[in-house]
Each structure stands twice: as structure tokens, then as C-alpha cells.
Design a protein around this ligand. Structure first.
Ligand SMILES: [Zn+2]
Ligand SMILES: [Zn+2]
Length: 820
């Protein structure tokens, strides 16, 4: 009469060696579903919301505890997502729980450590809440934040998680994620002109005849700068207006009280609800059409196709046409972009064509919005999702195509924490579960992808000419060996570049300057003894930032007061060696006093909208020169840029990494590609002392093929990817000897079966970060799936053995598969 006991394998968002099993109590048996969340206790009393991976009747060798509650009547993820989690866990050597932690929006993840934050926007109307919800809501309103343990006390019941789940759904509270910045306010105050002044006549009479306004001179000034701003920017926010006009809050209030200006709180970035239709209002050029046809044809027989299109060839238009085909078949499409390239420029373009069918999945969005997108993808309401790396985890049900734009971009690979997955490679696996297609696109494909295309594993489509027939920019190599500034230092803007900038400014054209170092000066050297200030916690030199007037460590973020006398010899004479973006900006202001100059690096674009604002200003021609780090490279499309300067190419060519040439080529070709995108051929100046470096020649010729040929030979000779798979193991410990010994032990264990594939152990170039000493061990395995899997398992076993040894218990071991 008793049916067999039902068990559930549950994924908990933790780095556990495996998934554990709970039993499903009789009462819950009808409701429990694979892919839905359940509440379980792990250990003594830690509670988690885990995802059911499998239901079965095989009793585990221990007495399984009961599942406490079922949180979802319907699954939050499906079989394909569970398979993706499993694949990522196995391939990238981490637990499925770690994948779950990265995959689900915070609101789906509840544990005893969860902190709930009251949502101020909810207000205080609790009439829609039931008894339990009301109790917790009251406590939240009072304390603003509650730990789950506190909720438990409030409720004094075992039905805590279901209550919390409902409160989150009703948007009474948020789940706080400790590792993320707190979300920025979603609302911004916009300033609007009273609609009755919309026509010129009434506006003129307001400005000229209104007595009350005439007497308030400051208010009149403010109003004029508002009108000016609206004209150039389209929309004006209150902070922007006050900053630009130098007016006070009170003066603005004066105008608002007179009912001339209105203030309106608006959601910034909120998902717009656009009509659900597709409007493709352009035709492809003949070259684009050929690329499109080639892609279509190749995707019939191959799951993946690489689109190699030179910069400014209009790849996006081709993507849009390809996407349209899949949507018209009723399929869903995922369009991946590197996070930083996901700007409002791109979003606007896509929304224009796909209206309400498109959703954006972005780390800048708050958790409620992410859950909204999640659910709409699940129901199939959204047909296209534009998103960064983590959007490969969205619960698609009928995926037809994944586009990976800028597929070479290293930010597709997650560094920390685990899962250290590559979104491009994850996307290819994910698509295979749906028998969907993948379209990779780049002007500078990764060596791996191009190799796969050359060896017929992927299709290859070529888009070899720029949109509108504009020529690729002409490249001038400027030899800096004999050019020094007045301070006997590397010269920042060489004379040829200076005169080119002058020329561009005269023609009202824009200029982009690139330097991959931020701050003011990366080295401050004692002139007498050569001492350089270092970070206390890391083995790196400190960068002086003029903006903060402090020395910054770019590895751990520690900030130090500026150094005035040498710690070694006491001298007070320092030289600023080398230059960062801050110093360039300063020099530009001296050299081009009339130009409007801005800087784009992570220091200048902190905050949610700063990056977009800067792009918009540049786009609208309100800036002449933009100087920045890699940020200026990422997929930006500015029509009026005629000149690009790469200020210190030596710093790109001198990394100790097997991918150095690939990165240098990609960066230089991509930065160069910002020049002359419309009508006129652009110019690029590369300042460099090592003028004979072959990569410079490839960039000068814009010859990817030649670059690839040389690169692939080197990779083959030294057995690097794509000819091998690389697993990088890093050992971290606060004592150098312990990190060393742990790495040695691992190397010794690996030697038996994998000796010929080992490189190291060795110290990395920066061998101490945050007071932890680092050792690295590289395993270069032949491309033999079975051997690779065996080696990964073996490494994981050895890590467990290492951690069982008291001496090594606190050694952090990081395994990075396909490290970049
Ligand atoms: Zn000194
Ligand atoms: Zn540091």
C-alpha cells in the first residue's frame, strides 16, 4: 500500500563537491517538479532554496532529510538549463551550485545568509498582504533590513521561505547581494518645460515680456541654459541642469513655483514597453547581402558560422536580417555583447527594429527587472534578448539562434568567482541543446574561432569592405625612440600626432586617443636611488592619480597618501615615469586649449549612466577629443571621428603571455577601426619604439589573414591553444613557502600521468596580491576529450587531498580552464 519513497537531487548555490539528496514528504509529492525550487536544510540548521535536478526512487546510503517546502508551483528552469549548468560545472571544474549562483537572479536565491531589504517604492499600504506577509512587512518597514534568521523569529513558524518568496514577488522587499554594489536609484528627476511654452511665440513672450521673470535675473539665466541644453541633449535631468548652469536648487524651485518648468521623476533605464512588431527599414548593401546569403547557406549544414567583417562594415545590419529570419519562424534569439559594449547606442538600434519583442538583460538593471525578463523569456513572450555574458543562463524554451558579437572579446570569460566560464563557448553548447544555430562575429576573430572555421568545423562568411565603400584607415607608425619630452620622459603627444590633431580640429572632426593605463603616472621613481613606491599588500608599483591626489594600487584598490620623500634614501626628487589617461588629458588641455576634451576610463565613468552620457556627448559632437582605455574600443560607432592615436603601443606588445600578439593585434585593429567610419578615410598614428614588431605590420596592412598565419604557426610549434587545452592552476596563501609547497605537491602528483604536459610551477609576474602569495602551474593537454576529463577529475581529487592536509587546508586553489 505504501508507494516507494521519492527522493530529490537538489542543487544548492554553494561550492559543494556534489549535489545532495533529500526525500520528498508524502504531502509534497504531487507538487514537486524538476527545475522548481524547494527549501531544504543543509548541515545542522542552514536553510537554502535549492533547485530540484532529478526526482528518483533510489535511496541514498544515508538517511535523507525531508524537503521542508516547495517554493515554485512551476519550474524556474527547464531541462536544457539544467544540462547547461551540468556542462559548465564539468567543463570548468566547479560545482553546479556555483553555476546556479551565477545563473539565477538574486531574487531566486534564498539562504540563511540572505538579507532582505525593504523596497521604499512599495510604500506603506499593506492591505494586499496576508497575515504572515504583513508581520514581516511591518518588521521590514521598521528596520529596513532583515536577516532570514530575524524573519524566522518574527514568524515563529517553519513557513518562512514561502512567505519571503511572496513578499519578493509583491515587491515589498529586495534580496541584497553582498558582493554587488547596491543598486543605484532607478529614478531620476527630469526637467521639462511647461507645455504651453512649446511654441516659439509664447516662449518669446515669456522671455521678453514676463515681468516677474525679468526681475529674477538668475532664474532667467537658468531658463536660458535649460533651453540650450534641451536643444543639444534632447532631455535634461535636474542634476545635469544644475551642474551645467551653476544655478542653485532654490533658483530652480523658483521657476517650478512659477509653473514655467516642471519636474518629473522618471524611471531611467526602465524597460520600455514598445509595440510588438518588427520593422526592418533598410536594405543590405551588395557586400552585406553576400555575407547574409553565405551565412544562411552555411548554417544549413553547420551549427556555427563565423562572420569575419572588417571594422565599420555594418555587421549589425547583417545580424538584424539574420535575427529577423529566426523570429519570423517563431524562434527565440539571444544576442550577446560584451558588458561594456552594451550601451544605449546599441540598445536603441535594436529596439528600433524589434520593438516590444526585445528584452535587455544587463547587470545595471535591478533584480526586479531581471526577474521580469527571466519570466518573459520563459513564457516565450520575448523573442529577442540582448544581453551580456550571464544571459546565456536565461530559460529559453524555443531558442533558434545565438549571435555572439565581438566574439574575440576576453570579457566573455568570467574571471572571478567560479564558474570561470566562457560565454561564447557556453553559448555554443547551449545552442546545441536546442539544435539552434550560432553566429559569431568580429573584425578580429579569436585565433580559436578562426582555426575552427579554417578546419571546416564552423562556417565562414566574409564581409571585406566598409559600409559605403570607405577605405580602412591609413596607419602611420611614429618612432618614439628619439623623441623625449621636456622632462626627459617618454613623449605623450609626438609632433606628427600633434599636427594631425590640429588639422582634425580645424576640420571640426573628432579624435580618439588610446592608452591602456589609467591614472596619472604609473611610476614615480626616485631620481637618486631609483626607489619606486609599491603596494604593501601586492607586488606591484603604485599609480599616482591626480584626481584623488593619492597613490592607488590597481590590484587591491588600496589608496596611499602621495610620497614626497624617498623611503630608501630620503631624497625628495621624483620623476613621473610613463603616463596614464589622466596625464594625457592634462597635456591635451595645455596643447589644445580650445578643444573640448573628455576622458573615458573606469575612474571617469563610475556610476550608472556616466558611460552612456559620455558616449552620447561625443556622439552629438559636444566633445572634440576623447582619451581613454580599452573602453573607447568596444563596439562604439562614431561617424565624425577622423583620427585615432595609439599613444604607447610598446605597452601592448610586451606582455609575457602566449596571447600577447593576438591581443595587441585585436586592440590596435579595433581602435584603428574607430577612425573614418563614414564618407572619408581616417588616419591612425601608432606611437611606438619597437617599430620592427611584426604585429605593427599586420595592423598597418589591416591583414588579419597574414597575422593569423604567423600566429597559428607559433601556437602549433609551442603547443598552445587551439592545438591544446590549457588548465591554469593558481595556488594562493599568505605564506610564500606554503603556496610554493602546495604547487610543488600538485606538480609531483600530476607528473605521474601528465608529466609531459606540465609547465611550472612558477611565480606569476605579479606574485603577491592582497597579501596572498601566488604560484601557478599550467597543464597543456592534447585535445583528447577523455584524457582531458580524466585529468580534470584527477586534479579535483588532488585538490581534495591537499585540503585534507592540515598544512594546506587554507591554500586557495583556483582551476581556470581555457584561461585568457
Ligand atoms: Zn631614493
Ligand atoms: Zn595592492
Amino acid at each position: 500500500m505504501s508507494s516507494p519513497v521519492l527522493f530529490a537531487e537538489v542543487i544548492i548555490p554553494l561550492a559543494l563537491p556534489k549535489n545532495y539528496t533529500w526525500s520528498v514528504p508524502e504531502l509534497l509529492r504531487e507538487q514537486v517538479k524538476v527545475g522548481a525550487r524547494v527549501e531544504v536544510v543543509l548541515g545542522k540548521n542552514k536553510k537554502y532554496a535549492g533547485v530540484v535536478k532529478r526526482l528518483h526512487t533510489e535511496a541514498p546510503p544515508f538517511e535523507a532529510k525531508d524537503i521542508l517546502n516547495i517554493l515554485d508551483a512551476e519550474p524556474v528552469i527547464f531541462e536544457q538549463q539544467l544540462k547547461l549548468w551540468e556542462w559548465i560545472g564539468r567543463y570548468y571544474m566547479c560545482s553546479e551550485g556555483e553555476v546556479m549562483a551565477a545563473a539565477l537572479p538574486a531574487h531566486f536565491k534564498l539562504s540563511s545568509e540572505t538579507i532582505l531589504v525593504y523596497n521604499e517604492e512599495f510604500g506603506e499600504d499593506f492591505s494586499t498582504l496576508d497575515h504572515d506577509e504583513y508581520l514581516v512587512g511591518e518588521a521590514l518597514l521598521l528596520k529596513k533590513e532583515l536577516k532570514l534568521a530575524e524573519v524566522q523569529q518574527v514568524l515563529d513558524s517553519h513557513r518562512v521561505y514561502p512567505v519571503i518568496k511572496r513578499l519578493i514577488e509583491k515587491k515589498v522587499c529586495f534580496v541584497w547581494e553582498a558582493l554587488k554594489e547596491t543598486w543605484s536609484p532607478k529614478k531620476e528627476t527630469f526637467v521639462l518645460l511647461n507645455a504651453k511654452y512649446d511654441n516659439e511665440e509664447s516662449l518669446a513672450s515669456l522671455l521678453n515680456d514676463d515681468k516677474k521673470l525679468q526681475r529674477a535675473e538668475k532664474q532667467l539665466e537658468l531658463l536660458l541654459s535649460y533651453l540650450h541644453l534641451v536643444k543639444t541633449a534632447g532631455e535634461v535631468t535636474k542634476p545635469e541642469l544644475l551642474k551645467k548652469s551653476g544655478a542653485s536648487d532654490a533658483q530652480l524651485k523658483g521657476l517650478v513655483d512659477k509653473n514655467i518648468l516642471w519636474l518629473e521623476k522618471r524611471q531611467v533605464d526602465r524597460l520600455q514597453y514598445l509595440p510588438r512588431n518588427i520593422s526592418i527599414d533598410f536594405d543590405l548593401t551588395p557586400a552585406q547581402q553576400r555575407a547574409f546569403d553565405s551565412i544562411t547557406e552555411q548554417l544549413v549544414s553547420k551549427p556555427v558560422c563565423l562572420l569575419h567583417g572588417v571594422t565599420a562594415s555594418g555587421k549589425t545590419q547583417v545580424y538584424i536580417k539574420v535575427i529577423e529570419r529566426y523570429i519570423r519562424q517563431g524562434k527565440q534569439v539571444l544576442y550577446l555583447l560584451p558588458e561594456i559594449a552594451l550601451t544605449s547606442q546599441v540598445i536603441r538600434r535594436l529596439q528600433k527594429h524589434f520593438g516590444g519583442y526585445i528584452g535587455i538583460y544587463h547587470s545595471k538593471f535591478n533584480q526586479n527587472e531581471r526577474v521580469e525578463i527571466w519570466n518573459k523569456v520563459k513564457t516565450g513572450e520575448l523573442k529577442v534578448v540582448l544581453g551580456a555574458r550571464s544571459s546565456i543562463f536565461l530559460p529559453f524554451t524555443d531558442l533558434g539562434l545565438i549571435v555572439v558579437d565581438e566574439e574575440h572579446d576576453t570579457s566573455y570569460k568570467q574571471q572571478d568567482p567560479a564558474p570561470r566560464y566562457h560565454a561564447r563557448d557556453g553559448a555554443i553548447y547551449y545552442a546545441s541543446l536546442f539544435r539552434a544555430n550560432v553566429l559569431l562575429g568580429s573584425a578580429t576573430p579569436s585565433v580559436e574561432s578562426y582555426f575552427n572555421a579554417q578546419s571546416q568545423k564552423y562556417g565562414l562568411a566574409i564581409l571585406g569592405e566598409r559600409f559605403g565603400g570607405v577605405q580602412l584607415p591609413a596607419i602611420d607608425i611614429v618612432d618614439t625612440k628619439k623623441m623625449y619630452g621636456a622632462d626627459k620622459n617618454k613623449i605623450i603627444i609626438t609632433p606628427p600626432l600633434k599636427s594631425a590633431i590640429d588639422q582634425s580640429l580645424e576640420q571640426n572632426k573628432q579624435v580618439i586617443l588610446f592608452q591602456n593605463r589609467r591614472g596619472y603616472s604609473p611610476y614615480q621613481v626616485c631620481q637618486v636611488c631609483g626607489w619606486i613606491p609599491h603596494c604593501k599588500y601586492c607586488d606591484v608599483t603604485l599609480t599616482f592619480h591626480k584626481n584623488t591626489h593619492k597613490l592607488h594600487c590597481h590590484y587591491c584598490g588600496t589608496v596611499y597618501p602621495p610620497v614626497h620623500s624617498c623611503m630608501a634614501c630620503g631624497s625628495d626628487k621624483f620623476t613621473q615615469r610613463n603616463f596614464g589617461t589622466e596625464r594625457i588629458e592634462e597635456q591635451l588641455e595645455e596643447l589644445f586649449p580650445k578643444a573640448r576634451i573628455a576622458r573615458m576610463d573606469i575612474d571617469s565613468v563610475r556610476g550608472k549612466t556616466a558611460h552612456d552620457n559620455l558616449i552620447q556627448q561625443f556622439e552629438q559632437g559636444r566633445l572634440d577629443i576623447l582619451v581613454g582605455t580599452q573602453m573607447v574600443v568596444k563596439g562604439l560607432d562614431f561617424e565624425n571621428v577622423i583620427l585615432v592615436g595609439i599613444l604607447d603601443a610598446d605597452s601592448l606588445l610586451s606582455f609575457a603571455d602566449f596571447r600577447v600578439n593576438e591581443r595587441a593585434f585585436q586592440l590596435m585593429e579595433q581602435v584603428s577601426g574607430r577612425a573614418g567610419r563614414k564618407d572619408k578615410q581616417g588616419r591612425v598614428f601608432i606611437q611606438v619604439s619597437n617599430t620592427q614588431h611584426p604585429v605593427l605590420y599586420f595592423v598597418q596592412q589591416h591583414d588579419y589573414g597574414l597575422f593569423y598565419q604567423q600566429e597559428i604557426e607559433g601556437r602549433k610549434m609551442f603547443f598552445y591553444p587551439p592545438f591544446s587545452r590549457v588548465i591554469q592552476l593558481t595556488f594562493k596563501h599568505k605564506q610564500k613557502e606554503v603556496a610554493d609547497a602546495a604547487a610543488q605537491l600538485m606538480a609531483f602528483a600530476l607528473k605521474i600521468d601528465y608529466g609531459k604536459y606540465l609547465v611550472g610551477p612558477a611565480e606569476p609576474v605579479v606574485n603577491r596580491v592582497r597579501n596572498q602569495f601566488l604560484m601557478e602551474l599550467l597543464v597543456k593537454l592534447p585535445k583528447d576529450g577523455e584524457l582531458i576529463q580524466r585529468c580534470k577529475r584527477y586534479i579535483q581529487e588532488q585538490v581534495a587531498i591537499l585540503h585534507n592536509d592540515k598544512r594546506f587546508r587554507s591554500v586557495v586553489v583556483i582551476a581556470d580552464v581555457d584561461a585568457v
